[in-house]
Design a protein around this ligand. Sequence first.
Ligand code: ACO
Length: 435
Amino acid sequence: MSPENTSVAVQEALEIKHEGRSVRLPVVRGTEKETALDIGQLRSATGLITLDPGYANTGSCKSAITFIDGEKGILRYRGYPIEELAEKSSYLEVAWLLIHGELPTAAQSREFTAQVTRHTMLHENFRRFFSTLPKDAHPMPVCAAAIGTLATFYQEPESKEHIQETIVRLIAKMPTLAAYSYKHSLGQPFVYPRNDLGYTSNFLHMMFSNPCEEYEVDPVVAKAVDLLMILHADHEQNCSTSTVRLVGSSMANLFASISAGISALWGPLHGGANQKVIEMLEQIDAEGGDVNRFVARAKDQKSGARLMGFGHRVYKNYDPRAAILKRACNDVTRRVGGSSRLLEIAMRLEEVALKDEYFVSRKLYPNVDFYSGVIYKAIGIPVNMFTVMFAMGRLSGWIAQWLEMRDDPTFRIGRPRQVYTGPALRHYAPAAARG
Ligand code: ACO
């Protein structure tokens, strides 16, 4: 479905006048009635550009993939509420939905699962790729590099036919690369994928089995990982997705674009927050569990501390993914019998913050990362792999967004402008003449 089909230009227009020149800019409305001013003619007609650091007011594209209403706490993929998909669907089905626009038929689902299962193995030369990296390498840049490296193994042109193969390869190999990057950090041998296991069970097997001991995958744990991946699968034009689109807009290939997205996701203000949440909860625990003291520190902007996992650029009511995960947290910690200490601290922290005027007035609520780390920790995923788990889930959204951009009839290379604030024209002086 082209994004062009899902929005309409309405009669309304705004007139902008500047230094004797003027333009009527059309107002565009999406299917959920969100409204935008189409400024495509602004600069050519008036000489003006817009200035919007952080892009908080800027729509970079029309998109038919994900809808978010941050005020109401709504998240939908291709029109389906996240709550329904979380309860009834599976990650591979959601990946198909995001990429193709519709839920797969039973036959499409079987075929897609079979294809993904068949492509999970990595070229044996990847062993040498991993062996060149330091043992303590963080798995996130390892994954970014490994995904970029796939482009050297698969150099076919990005034709309509080959791109589907590339998509399957990416989805199939990402868990293998992620598990290998973890095994590399432990110094353990890589564990080959198994075709008799489902997508997330296979990932857990490659993470936790070793040649001496087979890891028995607990279906509850596999389901929790699947849920987390569904919740992370797409989130419209966030930092990493915009990166994927921007890199892809230069006609860089899909592997390179996804690799850039992984790098963007790594930062603590984006996907890296789930790691920071656990570090914060452990710090509170180590300091005696006083959540009030930490909240006071997070409110003191001079302290540089933030309540990690709180706040969101878009959600100003609550993050629906956090609400789903809070429930799942209870189930998982009960099932695996791990320490519920961090979950208790997280819940007390949330309770205190949600009553505090500082957080209430700024509309700061728990985001998806507030509880995801607690689940990962409970099921034995090491902290430095948390962001990699996020990337595994987000992969399908990145692919869908990249494809949509390439198919968009208004496609152009992404190239923002700027307001220059440096020195005005001046002339070169030889070193001896500089004061
Ligand atoms: N703790 C304490 N204060 C906060 C927090 C927080 N977690 N988040 C925002 N604030 C304060 C800011 O200091 C600012 O206060 P001010 O208006 O008095 O100056 C106000 O709330 C607005 O914050 P901004 O940083 O301007 O909000 P922005 O939309 O740019 O940032 C962000 C959103 C990055 C998510 C921010 O809330 C944050 O840093 N949160 C913690 C990190 C985090 O959890 N990131 C994960 C995001 S979800 C995701 O990427 C999957």
